[in-house]
Design a protein around this ligand. Sequence first.
Ligand code: GLU
Length: 502
Amino acid sequence: MTKQKPARVRFAPSPTGMTHLGSARTALYNYLLAHQTNGQFILRIEDTDRKRYNPESEIDLISSLKWLGLNWDEGPDIGGPYAPYRQSERKDIYQSYAQKLIDMGYAYPCFCTQNRLNELRKEQQKRKVNPKYDRKCRDIPPLEAAKRVANGESHVIRFKTPLTGSITVHDYLRGDITVNNKQLDDFIIVKSDGLALYHLAAMVDDHLMGITHVFRGEEWLSTFPFHAHIYRAFGWEEPVWIHLSVFLNPTGKGKMSKRFAQQMRLKGNSIFIKDIRKMGYIPEGVINWIVLMGWSFDDKTEFFTLNDLVNNFSIDKLNPSPAAIDFKKLDYFDGLHIRALSKSELAKRLKPFYLKAGYSIDDSVLDKVIPLIQVRLHTLNEAPEISGFFFADHVNPNPNDLIGKHLTIDESIIAAHESYKLLSDLTEFSPSSLEQPLRQLAEKLGLKAGQLFGILRVAITGQKVSPPLLESMEIIGKETVLNRITIAIDLLKSIEGQPNQS
Ligand code: GLU
């Protein structure tokens, strides 16, 4: 690890919707930089847009971050030396900084009514020019403006963007970006209700909270010059600005939109952390998946734990090109991390999923099942699906699935029956004691081992695909195996006379 100055970084979401992987990735990069530099990771809630603020979304945010293991050092719930960490509680701070800008000649109250602004916009649209404030109030003498404010006249506060020259801002991933000031608006920093907008609030907070690196979405690039203007008006040292790449939808064509996300959700794929968690992905897999959407270590290493990432993450290897979301990779990484869990940890995590699926769990059985399924799982949710039969009182095979491949119902009944006889005579019930006798039986019946095992698999597990059969039989035990074969024979008899549908 290189010795770097401790970074103070913040994740500053506006809780307006469910936490998605974009926010999780931003939080993750913040967390990694803070941890690898022995710095601090701050959670700041940007809730000044009271109309869009949604308290449930804040609860979802906190639980998603905690589930991912991205704990913060300072935040609204735990406090810290720069509290409050919720913007709605910092209104007075922003107002005092807005006033400072007015006093320094960098901002002015604007008394234009919404009506006037609407007319102005319409007229500009007609002329096909970019809608911009015409700066009518910019030249009101400060004393007069102050008087009108004191008289309670409704107003917003606008930044006095220079009319000439240009501003060069520096994004860590993209380098210098120069914009003509002429193109910029006199943007609003405080609304008529006295609440500061992001352009002012976030800058004031980042400065006061000693933020050294700002990770935020690429969508903020267009207003980046505003933010630099604010910093420079105050003469503050700017943080390192890092604008993260956007996500493309899984087709790779087009940005990931809210609408697309909802459509995907209906098809069973979700970008929302809450859904991903419910689907049985584990945080380790999700972290590994999202960290690589915009960052790489080299072109071959792909397995990372959070700890590995703290050691290996580097902002120099962030990639500004858009990242397409690939759900197959999520399955892949989640599978890798499920395999990396200890057996007892996996058992602990699987239990709620079995319970949710309606199974009651015998711990000693679960301990034996884990080694059979661990290598097969991509999500915890798959476990009850592929191994619920170990915990079920009965299995319900589809009778037609009990018909052996290329066999008639009668032949299948005979095979099941002969297996029953053979198994009931066995005193030992382990894969090694089961294998030879069953293979010999298949031969005696003129069947391929696969045909016989197929019938037994469906009879015993209720499924056409299952964990290894003989190992499964050992865990289930002789008595239950024999019961299930008896039921299978009855089921086969019940469809005798019907056309063979195997
Ligand atoms: N509240 C802003 C958002 O949710 C934060 C942007 C930033 O990190 O500066 O997009």
